[in-house]
Write a protein that binds this ligand. Sequence first.
Ligand SMILES: [Cu+2]
Length: 125
Amino acid sequence: MLNNLIAIIVICFIVVGSLWGIGNLLNPEEKEIKQADGLLLVAENNLFNQTNPTIHIDKNFPKKLTIINKDFVKHDFIIDDLNINTAFIPSGQDYTTGLGSKTAGIFEYYCSLHPSTMHGKLIIS
Ligand SMILES: [Cu+2]
């Protein structure tokens, strides 16, 4: 009887341990795919990602872009030539849009409320 109980406990540990291991194996892959899949711009201190980075995109691989507004004021994200306009994103909100073009080129992105500090380049090649 005691042996059965010990066997059941051991089996439980093995099953839980296996599931834990499988979960750990699967999760990092998912995170990597998400990062490779999309781009993230954080609007903070009237800047995009603190440095207004130049964004590079392959013209055959459009990307998902998420803009998160961590400022207390509203921002937007506009690329005139690609007809991208997120409209105003309130404080604490985010907006996801597609980013891509079949035509290669250099495009300017900016926030219409703070165009002097919030602007950068998108290079599609
Ligand atoms: Cu702004």
